[in-house]
Ligand binder design. Structure first.
Ligand SMILES: Nc1ncnc2c1ncn2[C@@H]1O[C@H](COP(=O)(O)OP(=O)(O)OP(=O)(O)O)[C@@H](O)[C@H]1O
Length: 272
């Protein structure tokens, strides 16, 4: 499995008359972990939907290894791309193992049974998210964090070369947040991940794209993007940013009650 290049070029998205995303361009080079950050409603999920083919761009293109993602046969795209999304609405009447086995579907023909390789990949995916012990449980009886881990395992069992994840650490306790993001980081795949936790984004992502009101307002390595000025301008919060002495990653400390507005005037965050 080799990682995939994802190029989003000048994508604009709407729902009815409402513009959700404006002229967004983003490149994820093979093997990069790209973080999508930004306030509530800034367009992160909408942009991801255009990549995993739920929301068709009005203009612009999503290219996967050079091919228009919206023109690829669905099965071919599913062999490349796996998505972990918020809106699964999954009330599957299935065991955890059966849910994870669904990830193998794009690699099989109709009515093919599970092979030894499938079983191995399913077990490995469950172990990667610390869910091996849940394999025989009913999916719809799991806790929120357990479900989230199982849906990540389903995506891993798909062996994607491009993974798109919308808030994958939602509902996860801190240990599982670190384990899941560490695992994603180590995959031989390209990863596009929407994250709210800026410190996790800073540590695990190669580059960040910051969305604001449906447009990219900054992009680049976390250390360049996550400045107090940007955090004040985009999120309206006061923060200090230092380099963590152990991890070497930018570390954001929010200052509750700080006067973010004072530093915003005249800020320029043109992306790199
Ligand atoms: N189908 C839709 N119809 C109308 N408005 C929509 C639709 N889908 C999204 N929106 C709006 O588009 C904007 C962007 O939503 P989106 O879910 O992409 O934001 P987000 O950055 O993922 O937010 P959050 O951090 O809260 O998950 C929001 O204002 C949202 O209300």
């Amino acid at each position: 499995m080799t990682a995939t290049e994802l190029v989003i070029e000048g994508v604009t998205l709407s729902a009815g008359a409402r513009r959700l995303v404006r002229d967004v361009s983003l490149t994820a080079r093979p093997g990069e972990v790209i973080g999508l950050v930004g306030p509530n409603g800034s367009g992160k999920s909408s942009l991801l939907r255009a990549v995993y083919r739920v929301l068709r761009p009005d203009t612009g293109q999503v290219r996967v290894d050079g091919a228009d993602a919206w023109a690829l046969p669905p099965r071919r795209l599913a062999r490349t791309l796996a998505a972990v999304v918020q809106e699964t609405g999954a009330d599957f009447d299935l065991t955890v193992r059966e849910v994870v086995a669904m990830g193998r579907t794009p690699h099989k023909r109709l009515l093919d049974g599970d092979t030894a390789k499938d079983a191995r990949l399913i077990s490995r995916a469950l172990e990667a998210v610390d869910a091996a012990g849940l394999a025989d449980r009913a999916f719809d009886r799991l806790s929120g964090g357990e479900r989230q881990r199982v849906l990540i395992a389903r995506a891993l069992s798909q062996q994607p070369s491009l993974l798109v994840l919308d808030e994958p650490t939602n509902h996860l306790d801190v240990r599982h947040q670190l384990e899941v993001l560490g695992h994603l980081r180590a995959l031989p795949a390209t990863v596009l991940v929407a994250l709210h936790d800026l410190n996790l984004a800073a540590y695990y992502c190669d580059r960040l794209y910051v969305l604001r009101d449906g447009a990219v307002t900054a992009s680049g390595p976390p250390g360049e993007v996550l400045t107090p000025l940007l955090l004040a301008e985009v999120y309206g919060v006061a923060a200090e940013v230092s380099v963590h002495p152990r991890t070497g990653a930018p570390q954001v400390t929010f200052l509750p009650g700080g006067t973010a507005g004072a530093v915003v005037a005249g800020a320029d965050h043109s992306g790199s």
